[in-house]
Ligand binder design. Structure first.
Ligand code: PBG
Ligand code: ZN
Length: 298
């Protein structure tokens, strides 16, 4: 779910019909019915009204919307597992998941230091699980070391480990305002750090490295176009495996149903079962916020 600055906000997200951006004072209202339906966890994405800069420093402001939402949710629903996306792209002036050097190239190691600060800030707010999505080399090791040093032994680390450079993130980038912006010398896309769908062996290596660096949960993302990868990661690890059913996959089914080419409920149930069949342990999906509508007592 998306958390934004301000008060009293429940903004419809145009590219993701049925999803909203919530201000902190309303997140409990958003989550309460979903918790009642039996959904056990929520994954938070944040935005800022502070100036965006090269390093995305607003992301590790202890009083940013995500950090405050974590506090509010843990206070209201102590049994709810609260997860946070750890990245910089919604906070950097150029929309990349890392700071840029003066020549426009990505500074991988500076990003790892920034991501560790973000993860610590989320953990200090009470997040049960921090989930780094930037696809920087060494980010899991950096965050694991920072958590250990600061005594966050109980905070789990869910790695967006096999995350592809996908065309399916468009609606999310629209929702978050996190698309890469044109900057001198900077790459126009995330293909330099997210995995190539033409090189599955390298994508699997990304998960293996994250496991070795200390991840508690591995992830395949997107989900429906990558069922083979879910099965492969599942077969190669003893860790829990998550599948992230992304914004483009959400929007696709809605578009099909709106055109009259399929029943939304049937599409949602069939595609979600495919993830279970492929062997995922956790399903991260926007359908979860509409759980009763699709999976409730019928
Ligand atoms: C941030 C992030 C993205 C998504 C999750 N975390 C966007 C991206 O990598 O560009 C995509 C989620 C979705 O499409 O639902 N790095
Ligand atoms: Zn990012």
């Amino acid at each position: 779910m998306f958390v934004v600055p301000g008060q009293g906000k429940k903004e419809a997200i145009e590219s993701m019909p049925g999803q909203f951006r919530w201000s902190v004072d309303r997140v409990c209202e958003a989550v309460e019915p979903v918790v009642r339906q039996g959904v056990g966890a929520v994954l938070l994405f944040g935005q800022t009204d502070r100036p965006k800069d090269n390093g995305g420093s607003a992301a590790w402001d202890d009083h940013a919307p995500v950090q405050e939402a974590v506090r509010a949710l843990k206070r209201a629903f102590p049994q709810l597992t609260v997860m946070t996306d750890v990245c910089l792209c919604a906070y950097t002036s150029h929309g990349h998941c890392a700071p840029l050097r003066p020549d426009g190239s990505l500074d991988n190691d500076a990003a790892c230091a920034c991501l560790a600060k973000v993860a610590l800030s989320h953990a200090a707010a009470g997040a049960d699980v921090v989930a780094p999505s930037a696809m920087m080399d060494g980010q899991i090791a950096a965050i694991r070391a920072a958590l250990r040093e600061e005594g966050f032994d109980e905070t789990l680390l869910m790695a967006y480990s096999t995350k592809f450079a996908s065309a399916c993130y468009g609606p999310f980038r629209d929702a978050e305002g996190s698309a890469p912006q044109p900057a001198p010398g900077a790459p126009a896309d995330r293909k330099g750090y997210q995995a190539s769908y033409a090189n599955p062996r390298n994508a699997l290596l990304e998960s293996a490295l994250d496991e070795r660096e200390g991840a508690d949960v591995l992830m395949v993302k997107p989900a429906l176009f990558y069922l083979d990868m879910i099965r492969e990661v599942r077969a190669r690890t003893l860790l829990p495996v998550a599948a992230y059913n992304v914004s483009g996959e959400y929007a696709m089914l809605i578009a099909t149903a709106r055109a009259g080419w399929g029943d939304l409920g049937d599409l949602v149930r069939e595609s979600t079962m495919a993830l279970t069949r492929a062997g995922t342990d956790l399903i991260i999906s926007y359908w979860a916020s509409r759980y009763a509508e699709f999976f409730g007592a019928r």
